[in-house]
Each structure stands twice: as C-alpha cells, then as structure tokens.
Ligand binder design. Structure first.
Ligand SMILES: [Zn+2]
Length: 653
C-alpha cells in the first residue's frame, strides 16, 4: 500500500487501496488460476502448497512491482523518473523475494498450523482479515485537521472592541465591465450591485499582476511582484513577506482562508498567518480523498477514465463551485461567532475562471487546457459562457450575503469584494489571462462595504491599487501596519473627507446681498480661498505599476494620470510591442499605440523612468525568491487550469 498522503492526516487511502487492489487482485487471481489449471495439466503433480505459492506470487508480484516503482520514484528520485539501474534493482529484489517465497511457503503450509491457508476457506479468511484491519484503520480518528483550527480557543491577543469582523471575497478572473454597478446592462450581478450601493465602489482599481499567484501575492503582502518575488511559475510566496493574515492573526483575529485554486494554497506557501486554511480542492473520481489520489493504481484508473469521458467535463474536477465554498465560509463564521472571536476570512470563488461551464451544467465546457487558442470568431460565444458564470457567482453570493444579514453578521462587518485579474476576449487578439497587462487584465472591480453604513453609495473616481487593500483592511482592524507594505489605506484622511464631500456636497455659499437684493458675484473668489488647497481626484490618484513574467512574456506597466505605458521583452512569444503608450481618456480600450509617434499629453520617458524607479525601489529588500519543488499532483492541477502545458518533469515522464 502506498501511503504518501498520510501526512495530510487522513486514512482513507488504507481502505481505498485495499478495496482497489483487492478488486484488481481478484481479476488477476482469476487469470492466474486459469494459468495454474493449465500448468497443473502439464505438471501432473503440482502440490497444493506450491500451487498456492505460485498463485500468491502471480497476483502480488506484478502489483508489488507497480507500487514499488511508484514509491521509489517518489521517495528516492523525487518524481524525476527511475533510471535503468533503479528498475533493475527493484526487479532483482522481487526475484529474490519470489524465490524465498517459493522455498519457504510450501514448508510453512505443510509443517505449521498455517497449512489451513492452502485451503480455499483459509485463503478467504486471511484476505478478509486484511480487509477488516484496513477498514478499522480507515475509521480511526484522523488526528489534527490538516486545515488547522476552525475557531481558535484563545486568539493571541484581543482585537480592540471597535474593530470589525472582515470578509475578503476574491472572485477569480472577474472583469469589472460585466457588473451592473460598473455599467453593464445585462442584469448579471444584482447582489454584488446591492453591496456596491451599501458601500464604496472604486472605478479605477488596478491589480499588480494578471495571473493568480503573483496577484494574490501582491494582495496579501502589499508589495509589487518585484517586492514579494513570487513571480515565476515555480516560485512560492517567500516566508519573509508579512501577509495581511499574519497582521490580523497577530492582532487577535481568528483568520480563515478558503483558497480554491492550487496557485494560492499551501503548495505555494500561501497559508502564512491563517489559523484555518482549507484548500477547496478538486474532487477525485470514485470518491477518493487526497491520500488515495496519490495511489499509483488510482492514477492509472483516472487516465483511463479521462480517455473514456473525453468531451464531458465536471466542474469539481477543476475547482469547487461557489455553493460549496460559501457553505464552508458559513461554517467558519458560525464557529467564530459562537466563540465571540473577531474574525478575518478570505473566500475565493472560481466560476469566471476557465473552464467556462454552461449553467445548468451539461458536461460542456471551454477550457484553456484543451483549447488554448479558440478561433477569434468564438469570442461572443465564450463571453456569453463567461457571463453566465458571473451570474452564477452573483446568485450564490446573494444567498450568502442574505444569510449574513439574517445572522446579524452583516451591518458591522467590513466586506471587501474584488478580483485577482480580468480576462481577455480578443480585445488584443488573445484569450485568457496572465500574458498581457492591458486593462481587460488588470482593471478589475473593487467594492468595499465599511462597517455600519459609512460612505454608502459612494463611487470613487480616482485610481487605487491592489497593494492598498491590505493596509485598508489592517487600518479598519486598528492594527499596526508593517513597514514593508508598499500600499496605503484607501480611506486616508484626504480621501475620506473628499468622499464625504462627494456624498454630501456643502450647500452653496450664501452670498452677501447688495442693497438692491442682487448677490455680489465678486465675493466668489474670497470664499474659495478660505477653503484651503483643493483636493482633486488627480491629487488623490495613486500611481499603479504592474509586472508580469509568464511563459516568456516579461512585461512592466505604469498607469498614471490617464496615461498608460507598457514595456515588453524583445521577441516575447505573445508578440507584444516592446513599448506601448496609451492615452486612456480618449482610448480606454488601448487600441492606439502612441509609442514612437505623437505622444499627445502623455510623456513616455517620464512614465518609463517612474516605472523603473518604482520597481527598483520595490525590489530593494532582503526577500529572496523561494523556488519550491513542484509535486506531480500540483503540476497536474495547474495544467487543468491552463497554467502548465507539460508535467513530464514533476511527474517523471
Ligand atoms: Zn486568478
């Protein structure tokens, strides 16, 4: 039995392996039995014990070889493939065991009480004994929950009384232009729109990368990718970064995370700071659990299944749907409310990410993994599938938010709703995400509902950034912010007073009247001067820099003052221009590259030098990038979501 998954603290593999291998053993036993019957006719005097040994070996040696090779590959060769010498050593060991068995077992079966094994009833009793033992083990207490503590008994310190509970909802791959609150008229998002009406909507929110891992790393660490250094596909989130969950945890919050995409799980060190961190992992076929899925025979069966069911897709093979994740979110909130804990919860929903499934599910789906480059004429159809996924998330979120309202867990909770990046539908001749830094990829929704009804209904027109989210949540919690964080509170005093003024414009100044009753317009200038320097959206806007190095496309961008400047490496596989400049007011979809020509009011060299300086300053820290060893199953999950095209390395060929 292979039990490499035992470290996850569950025992299902024991019984699973027993049943699986027993079924295969029965099939092989029938084959071997027929073979032995033929042998028995050839060698008239094949003794019962010898026949028993041959039958035993005939079933167990082939199975044992498969398992042994799997274990040796995993443990000795770190899944890099077993060389010829290794295979020969395994074969040699099995030959020795077989010879020993052939010599020893007939003696045992004739000279000791174990001779009853040679009878059919004895054999059956022995096998059922093994099965029973495995079944008992499989129901044994599974020890510590690998996800951690749902509701800690004693949070490290007490969060201050006035600090709110906080829920951060990240909808993977959600564009802003599909939401009603951002101007779409398709009615896909009534529930998200309702949150926007109760809170503050940010019209210009920019993420610092356009693929899940690098973007979440910026969200959690409040650093640009050059700062947190979790950029390339093999890179982990370094231990050295200070994450939002770590700050909240140290501040006395019970912290929970429900990641739903392998990129942001324990596999890449994203559990930092979470008391409870439960990967909403894809389900396995035939009811297998994580440990059973490590079985070599399971993986053989899965490959057979994939061939048979090609063309019919199941959502839970890729991620857990919103209804499942939000049910777990309810569990976390309930458990912590029961204990009177202040809590911080991150909920990760995946529907808009490919594969795009039809609703209701009908087995059809379009996914990057098996259809990396659909014909451009497919854009309307794919966009429609995508929009229906958004509608589905909104419905499920609506039920969850209603439940929070009924529980009394809504009004005083800080709710932040955002996305890690957007998605391309041929706007620049491509699909999916992660390759470019155009606005369809990095200009995504941000809606913040402060506790109470503070600032309800405001729409903030100035630019804010993903790295500002952690400091904003930390400030609401009254936590001390770490000096490494590169963003700042979205509601700092200038921003907050401006938003308040936008919501409640001061009454027009009462002008002194002349004797004839006509207002004296000449006094306007004096009234203005007394109000002090004017804070405008231009002065409140924050400079956004984004970075990406994905599949050979090494790109940096800066977005400032209605201008956007992008640099890409020479010969990048996507075919992006090495420099691009857009004037966003007149060209919001970035179709007219002004680089090298008349730059209008945008100054490419000033933008370039500010971009380079910002990145250099951000990179100047002690954090080293942390490249992990990717396991075969992690690689296959990345491949299912289109992030890897080849797993022969981690999976050993
Ligand atoms: Zn993502």
């Amino acid at each position: 039995m292979v039990l490499s998954g035992a470290s996850t603290g569950e025992y299902q593999a024991l019984v699973y392996a027993t049943v699986l291998y027993a079924l295969i053993g029965v099939a092989m036993g029938i084959g071997v039995g027929i073979g032995l019957a033929v042998l028995g006719m050839v060698f008239k005097k094949l003794s019962d014990p010898r026949a028993w040994s041959l039958g035993f070996l005939g079933v167990l040696v082939p199975l044992g070889l498969v398992i042994a090779r799997y274990v040796v590959n995993k443990v000795v060769y770190a899944e890099q493939g077993v060389p010829m010498t290794g295979n020969l050593a395994i074969l040699g060991a099995f030959a020795a065991i077989a010879l020993l068995t052939l010599w020893l077992v007939p003696i045992v079966l004739t000279k000791t009480p174990l001779r009853m094994l040679a009878e059919p009833r004895g054999t059956a009793a022995a096998y059922s004994g093994i099965l029973t033992l495995a079944a008992i083990f499989s129901f044994a207490p599974s020890g510590e929950d690998p996800a951690g503590v749902l509701a800690p008994e004693n949070p490290a310190t007490d969060a201050p009384g006035g600090a709110p509970d906080a829920v951060l909802v990240v909808i993977d791959t959600l564009r802003s232009d599909v939401l009603g609150a951002y101007g779409d008229e398709g009615g896909l998002s009534p529930n998200i729109d309702k949150v926007a009406a109760e809170g503050v909507l940010f019209e210009e929110y920019i993420t610092q990368a356009s693929w899940t891992r690098a973007s979440f790393a910026s969200l959690y660490s409040s650093m640009l990718p050059s700062g947190h250094k979790c950029i390339l596909k093999a890179e982990n989130l370094p231990d050295d970064v200070v994450t939002l969950a770590e700050v909240m945890d140290a501040h006395g919050y019970a912290t929970g995370g429900l990641p739903n995409n392998i990129n942001v799980t324990r596999s890449f060190n994203f559990q930092q700071g979470f008391d409870y961190f439960s990967y909403q992992a894809p389900s396995y076929i035939a009811g297998a659990a994580e440990s059973s899925a490590q079985l070599s025979m399971y993986n053989v069966l899965r490959k057979v299944r994939d061939k048979v069911t090609a063309g019919s897709y199941t959502v839970t093979d890729y991620y857990q749907p919103s209804e499942v994740v939000l049910e777990n979110a309810r569990g976390f909130i309930e458990a912590n409310r029961e204990k009177n804990n202040r809590y911080f919860l991150v909920v990760h929903l995946m529907e808009p990410h490919d594969p795009y499934f039809a609703h209701p599910y009908d087995g059809n789906a379009v996914g990057r993994a098996w259809n990396p480059n659909p014909d451009p004429s497919e854009a309307p159809r794919l966009k429609e599938l995508y929009r229906n996924e958004v509608k589905w998330v909104d419905q499920e979120l609506g039920k969850f938010f209603d439940w929070m309202r009924e529980e009394g867990a809504w009004d005083n909770t800080l709710v932040v709703l955002t996305a890690d990046h957007g998605e391309e539908f041929q706007e620049h001749g491509g699909w999916w995400h992660g390759i470019t830094l155009y606005d369809e990829q990095i200009h995504v929704p941000l809606i913040i509902k402060p506790p109470g009804r503070e600032l309800a209904g405001a729409r903030v027109p100035w630019q804010v950034r993903e790295i500002d989210v952690a400091p904003t949540i930390g400030t609401f919690a009254q936590a001390e912010l770490p000096p490494t964080w590169q963003g700042k509170d979205i509601f700092d005093s200038d921003a907050k007073s401006t938003i308040e003024q936008m919501l409640n414009p001061p009454p027009p100044p009462v002008l002194p009247e002349d004797e004839d009753g006509v207002a004296d317009a000449d006094n306007d200038g004096e009234a203005q001067a007394e109000a002090g320097p004017v804070v405008t959206p231009e002065t409140l806007a924050r400079v956004a820099v984004a970075e990406q190095n994905f599949e050979g496309n090494d790109i940096q961008a800066i977005r400032k003052g209605g201008c956007k400047y992008i640099e890409a490496n020479e010969g990048n596989p996507r075919g992006l221009p090495t420099t691009a400049l857009f004037e966003l007011d007149g060209d919001p979809t970035e179709q007219k590259n002004l680089a090298g020509g008349d730059a209008g009011r945008c100054d490419p060299s000033a933008l370039q030098s500010e971009m380079k300086d910002t990145i250099a300053t951000s990179a100047d820290n002690e954090i080293t990038n942390d490249e992990g060893e990717m396991s075969c199953s992690d690689c296959e999950r990345l491949m299912a979501l289109g992030y890897m095209s080849d797993c022969t390395g981690p999976c050993g060929g």
